[in-house]
Design a protein around this ligand. Structure first.
Ligand SMILES: C[S@@+](CC[C@H](N)C(=O)[O-])C[C@H]1O[C@@H](n2cnc3c(N)ncnc32)[C@H](O)[C@@H]1O
Length: 279
């Protein structure tokens, strides 16, 4: 079962559901456009809010399947890499939503399925599809090339970027990170390992014993990571929202939650929702 991260888990879900409701208000005017929902990290259908598995919260999948007014999605595609969780999700949604036909749970890796989604949308008969892609990982599981595959489609992407929880941890402060960590960060951001190094490390003003300047990690690396991801999203989508900052109990940012779209009004709606939630 998926476990509850903290209040930020609730904030993330509420912002996302508020956006979907606003999205449906607009899309109800276009009944000829079929709507798809793609959830790349779907979970087990339930979120465990304490250790003894007694208190359970509904996961995003069920919340989205329940949205029927002013219109519903026509096709639901849920991806989950853990077989037990995928089976549990399928059982839950089959019992709770027997009348929804076009719902599929796929056991696999989100990266592969994003490429399959792009291949599906490229087909002539599917070119009218509009849709939402929800990417809700714990860490840096999504490679940049999978996000890049979404270029040019009528999709709005909501993506949780682990700026504080994963990216920042791979950027050592006391010494420079190992090369393979820069390589992982490069795959995640879609830039070279050297670009990552240049962006997050600067020569120190103090010289060492040999009068050389050593590289030092920049301050505010988490904000810089969010800025870099936003820049990268802007190479795929025309508009990227301001991010929702999700913080842990120590008030440190662990994730930035972005919306990206090719429609300006979509970004404006996302910005309004994020603004009221970031307060
Ligand atoms: C944060 S949880 C998702 C929670 C879910 N959105 C919900 O509302 O309950 C992340 C999920 O992604 C799954 N996962 C991890 N790596 C994955 C991958 N590469 N592809 C697809 N799913 C993955 C994990 O097993 C976990 O269930």
């Amino acid at each position: 079962m998926n476990s509850f991260g903290g209040k930020w888990t609730i904030d993330k879900i509420e912002v996302f559901i508020r956006y979907l409701k606003a999205y449906m208000q607009i899309l109800k005017k276009y009944p000829n456009w079929p709507l798809l929902y793609f959830d790349g990290f779907a979970g087990s259908g339930e979120i465990q809010t304490n250790e003894d598995e007694v208190n359970l919260m509904e996961g995003v999948a069920c919340r989205v399947l329940k949205l029927t007014e002013p219109r519903a999605f026509d096709l639901f595609y849920f991806v989950e890499k853990d077989l037990d969780k995928a089976s549990k999700l399928k059982a839950i949604i089959d019992i709770q939503f027997p009348n929804i036909q076009n719902k599929f749970v796929s056991w696999g890796d989100c990266n592969d399925k994003l490429l399959s989604l792009a291949a599906f949308l490229r087909k002539n008969e599917n070119r009218n599809y509009r849709g939402i892609v929800f990417i809700d990982p714990y860490g840096m599981q999504v490679n940049w090339e999978s996000i890049e595959a979404l270029k040019g489609f009528h999709l709005d992407l909501w993506i949780l970027v682990p700026t504080g929880s994963a990216v920042n941890r791979l950027l050592c402060r006391k010494k420079i990170s190992p090369e393979n960590w820069f390589k992982s960060l490069g795959l995640f951001f879609g830039v070279s390992p050297d670009d990552i190094k240049d962006r997050f490390y600067k020569p120190s003003k103090q010289l060492n014993l040999f009068e050389e300047s050593e590289l030092r990690k920049i301050d505010r690396a988490v904000d810089e990571a969010a800025m870099l991801y936003k820049e990268r999203l802007k190479t795929v989508f025309k508009y990227v929202s301001n991010p929702l900052e999700l913080r842990n109990s120590k008030n440190n940012i662990i994730f930035h939650f972005f919306m990206a779209s090719n429609v300006e009004v979509a970004m404006k709606i996302a910005n309004d929702i994020v603004k009221t939630s970031n307060r």
